[in-house]
Design a protein around this ligand. Structure first.
Ligand SMILES: CC(C)(COP(=O)(O)OP(=O)(O)OC[C@H]1O[C@@H](n2cnc3c(N)ncnc32)[C@H](O)[C@@H]1OP(=O)(O)O)[C@@H](O)C(=O)NCCC(=O)NCCS
Length: 192
């Protein structure tokens, strides 16, 4: 697939490659990561990594998903993606992300998610992006709020790692709100 990597101030978001395998296994095989995601298994085995890496070509070919490695100096530090959710309309894609624990609390997830949010609205022409976080995952709620997402409803969503349905707070960012949020951010940049 041809995809021009997305560069942020400190990160490059690029398609996953077979060379990411070892870091993917090392960073994703962490309960604190997988318990907050709906579809990441725990333990995260080499077979799980091979399955995910093997999905990439088909995912990109389908045209309904952008799945990227979050990298620093070409080393994978996490994953981020936006794509059609099975139970949602085509024009409403879902954003998801995770980072390896050594990279938490440095603003990287906010930086990556802001860049992919803007890419998805600008290039993929989406009407709305949705996202959800488990009720006990306050850091993710903070990130999504900073990106302009607003709470829409509460659902029970299955977590593969927890093996249970977990209270999940769903959020949405319609295109009109994204335009407002990005315009306000530009005004702040001009003042600063
Ligand atoms: C959630 C996750 C992506 C955050 O990554 P990160 O790079 O540390 O996030 P950032 O540093 O960009 O931003 C985190 C924000 O949450 C805040 N935060 C962190 N822990 C918090 C907590 N317990 N309660 C409230 N806010 C919290 C931080 O202060 C920061 O906000 P600020 O910029 O206003 O200070 C990372 O912890 C992770 O990968 N977790 C496991 C997978 C996951 O939860 N994915 C999201 C699924 S919805």
């Amino acid at each position: 697939m041809t995809f021009e990597p997305i560069a942020t101030e400190r990160l490059i978001l690029r398609p996953l490659e077979p060379r990411d395998r070892a870091r993917l296994i090392a960073l994703a095989n962490n309960w604190k990561v997988s318990k907050n995601l709906s579809k990441m298994p725990y333990p995260y085995t080499p077979a799980a990594a091979d399955w995910w890496l093997g999905q990439q070509e088909a995912l990109w070919a389908g045209g309904t998903s952008i799945a990227l490695a979050v990298t620093i100096e070409d080393d994978l530090i996490g994953g981020i993606g936006v794509g059609v959710r099975d139970d949602r309309a085509d024009e409403e894609w879902e954003l998801g992300y995770w980072l390896g624990e050594p990279y938490w609390n440095r603003g990287y997830a906010t930086e990556a998610a802001t860049a992919l949010r803007d890419y998805a609205f600008e290039r993929a022409g989406l009407a709305s992006i949705v996202a959800g976080h488990y009720a006990d995952n306050h850091a993710s709620g903070r990130i999504l709020s900073k990106l302009g997402f607003r709470y829409t409803c509460e659902v029970a969503r299955h977590s593969l790692a927890r093996g249970a349905d977990v209270k999940c707070l769903e959020m949405a960012l319609p295109r009109e709100r994204w335009l407002e949020v990005t315009a306000a951010a530009k005004r702040e940049d001009l003042v600063a």
